[in-house]
Each structure stands twice: as structure tokens, then as C-alpha cells.
Design a protein around this ligand. Sequence first.
Ligand code: FES
Ligand code: FES
Length: 161
Amino acid sequence: MASRIVSLKVNGQNEEFIVGALTSLQDILRDTLNYTSVKEGCRQGGCGSCSVIIDGELRLSCLTPVQEVDGSEVTTLEGLNQSNSIAALQQQFIDKYAAQCGFCTPGMMVAIQALLDRNPNPSRDEITEGLAGNICRCTGYLPIIKAVEGVVAEMSGASGD
Ligand code: FES
Ligand code: FES
């Protein structure tokens, strides 16, 4: 399998690597760039804990060969951390008890941000569908959905309770 040079913009920084054909974006983000919000759950596309945004689309970094996304812009939770909506979402996760062990939380937040970017006022069904690829073994999902509803209400000026 041929190695080649790949360029990415990750969280606003230009990066360049020599990577093998099957090197995953997850491995580059975690092991080379130290973006540890990108979790290593199943490594086979089933849990959503490795979710990132690539050129505006929610993607699973474990199933994404780096060579396939050469030239793309990649955003992890670290790159979203400065946005107001993530700060509000973090507070909602605290208020609604939406995190327990926290392993799924970074991937959930990335998926929620991707959902709100394409639909700032999602219904409960749309929130559920938007988070369908993200597994949580602790919370039972309802607190997470309520946290999203809370942040949507906050952004639209309602109370969210
Ligand atoms: S680690 Fe990528 S989907 Fe589970
Ligand atoms: S809070 Fe533990 S897996 Fe979601």
C-alpha cells in the first residue's frame, strides 16, 4: 500500500503528514495531533464516539482513511470549544445531568453542533435522528435530548425547561 503526503486543516491549523493508504483520521487526530476528544470506542463505525466535522459534514473518523480527505477542513470538539453554542450546550449537559462517565460526550457534542448548524430549531424527532449514530451506555438518552432542547430554547430566547 502506497504512502503519500496529505494536507489537512485541523481546527484552523494547517497540517501535513506522510500516511499509509489505510491510516485512519482517528489515529492521526488522537495519536499524532493529540486531539483526545476524539474517542476510540468501537473503531468500526458503531458508536459515534470518534465523530468529527469534515468540510461541514458529520463523519466518523475511525472509518475515514486520511488519504481520502486530503485537502479537507476537519473540526474536533477542541475546535468548537470557543463557540457560544458549545458553552451553552456544556451548561445544559450539567443542568440536565446529560453526562455520567462522559466517554460519549465529545462525540455527542460534535454531532449536536453538526445538527444545529444545519437545523437551528430541531424537533425532538429530529434531535433523536441527529444523534442516532451516537451511543451512550449511561444516560438513557433523554437527558441528552433535553439538553439539546434546552440549548435550542436558549438560543431562541425561550426558557428551555
Ligand atoms: S470509534 Fe468510530 S464509530 Fe466507534
Ligand atoms: S455518559 Fe457514559 S457513555 Fe454516555
